[in-house]
Design a protein around this ligand. Structure first.
Ligand code: GLU
Length: 504
């Protein structure tokens, strides 16, 4: 059977968008599912668009996600090198093969001449297309007498090599996601394959490398679908067997209107990159926001693919077992930032209290506090259900570490009555008399007192929470006070009564 060999072939032009990570993931899952090989190839032939640091960023992102290449720049492999600029000497000969076969030609038109043609066409309301209907009138080895274009070459006149797209032919091909597609060559132009700077274009390098690396399936984003007819034609012109193609649906904005962009993330406060991009401080990353890589991978796996069941939580192992291209959607997938958080919450919930305590300890230390792991574990068990990220544990538990510095004015307005101070001081003495200060003993004592005095439970407990926590939030009051202890509880009641009492 055909050996499955797939590649993720990003261009290092900036940080990797989550759509790119999804493409890498689907390639990886497909390779692993089929006992195949997953290759990372860096497509950096467009020197003008190269961005420093992007190649390392791509590799680090994949590593963080656990998408580990079998062959690549770091991993090596017998089809290398895996960075296209290191393969540069290869491409020219392939462009020459096409010229010799009469499937490509030299074009000497200068950028100024082409610009002029474009403007003239625009004035007439047309779009200029360099194709079969016009190439005979332009400055190239199809239109010029042989002696002339050869002289041009000898004089080192700058040129590009263009593909000779047939005038009017239907090209038929299949896409594993999109199905059967027919495109007439009349709608296509004579694409540049080799540039005047001596570098191949994406199209040539991509096809040659896919062929040389024996790629069996090309799985990539839908934005490459318009290039597919040309790629199919190039395979035909070379006389090579084409790989199978699968074009993945777009990732859409949360409202479903258009492609998900960094601007959407900035506007709505969610990252569109796996890692922070250090060259632009607004480019936030999932890793730095506190996502677990497993949760992130799980979330993106379901953006464009479904397992056919209601199950939503998958380990990488499970994804590998279940993945199939047939279940990749045709239509775009709407990105839902809330759902992303939900996934992290699910993974956080399933971590042990000990794991979370170890992770949370850094946040505690960074704020200058100390607490034993065992104590942190108990604390975490109280708030685990309510947080999606480890960093949120602090917002839920800060009052365990320190007395409130301020008191919520809204709550004061609503809950603090003239008699409240008196009641809290009475509560303080009820609690102060207890020998055992556990959640149960304190709750029983307070309830008995309220019952005996026929007080209003709500009025007391709300004010009590206000002086202990500073706001109307947090876990069960008796868990909190038994945690902070008898002495601290008394102090906080005194402080609250004095500070709030003065305001009233
Ligand atoms: N270098 C292209 C990119 O940046 C690769 C497209 C493909 O997979 O063919 O996405």
């Amino acid at each position: 059977m055909l050996q499955v060999r797939v590649r993720f072939a990003p261009s290092p032009t900036g940080p990797l968008h989550i759509g790119g990570v999804r493409t890498a993931l689907y390639n990886y899952l497909f390779a692993k599912k089929n006992n195949g090989v997953f290759i990372l190839r860096i497509e950096d032939t467009d020197q003008a668009r190269l961005v420093e640091g992007a190649e390392e960023y791509i590799m680090e992102s994949l590593k963080w996600c656990g998408i580990i290449p079998d062959e690549g720049i770091i991993e090596g492999g017998k089809y290398g090198p895996y960075r296209q600029s290191d393969r540069n000497r290869l491409f020219r000969q392939y462009a020459d093969i096409l010229v010799e076969k009469g499937e490509a030609y030299y074009a000497f038109d200068t950028p100024e001449q082409l610009e002029k043609l474009r403007t003239e066409s625009e004035k007439k309301g047309n779009t200029f297309i360099y194709n079969a209907s016009i190439r005979g009138k332009l400055n190239n080895s199809v239109s010029l007498p042989e002696s002339e274009w050869k002289a041009n070459l000898e004089k080192n006149k700058p040129y590009v090599i263009r593909y000779k797209m047939p005038l009017n032919e239907d090209i038929h091909f299949d896409d594993l996601v999109r199905g059967h597609i027919v495109v007439n060559t009349g709608t296509l132009d004579d694409k540049v394959l080799f540039k005047s700077d001596g570098m191949p274009t994406y199209h040539l390098a991509n096809i040659v490398d896919d062929h040389l690396m024996e790629i069996s399936h090309v799985i990539r984003g839908e934005e490459w679908l318009p290039s597919l007819p040309l790629h199919v034609m190039l395979y035909r012109s070379f006389g090579w067997e084409a790989p199978l193609f699968a074009h993945l649906p777009l990732l859409l904005k949360p409202d479903g209107k258009g492609k998900l962009s960094k601007r959407d993330g900035d506007r709505m406060g969610f990252p569109v990159f796996p890692l922070y991009w250090p060259y632009d401080e607004t480019a936030k990353g999932y890793r730095e926001e506190g996502y677990y890589p497993e949760a992130f991978v799980n979330m993106i796996a379901l953006l464009g693919w479904n397992p056919g069941t209601e199950q939503e939580i998958f380990s990488m192992e499970e994804l590998i077992n279940l993945f199939s291209i047939e279940r990749v959607h045709k239509s775009g997938s709407r990105f839902d930032p809330e759902k992303a958080k939900w996934f992290n919450h699910q993974y956080l919930k399933h971590r042990t209290n000990n794991q979370l305590a170890l992770e949370f300890r850094d946040f505690v230390r960074a704020r200058g506090y100390h607490m034993d792991i065992i104590e942190l574990e108990t604390l975490i068990s109280l708030v685990k259900e309510r947080v999606s990220f480890v960093k949120e544990i602090w917002q839920e538990t800060d009052f365990f570490f320190k007395a409130p510095e301020t008191y919520d004015q809204e709550v004061i307005k609503k809950r603090w009555k003239p008699e409240t101070s008196e009641l809290l001081l009475e509560l303080k003495s009820v609690l102060g008399n207890l020998e055992v200060f556990s959640p149960l003993s304190t709750e029983q004592a307070v309830k008995a007192w309220i019952e005996e005095k026929r007080y209003n439970t709500g009025a007391i407990m709300n004010a009590f929470r206000l002086v202990i926590v500073g706001e109307s939030r947090g876990p069960h009051m008796f868990d909190i006070i038994s945690w902070i202890g008898q002495e601290e509880t008394r102090k906080r009641i005194d402080k609250g009564v004095s500070v709030i009492g003065k305001q009233i």
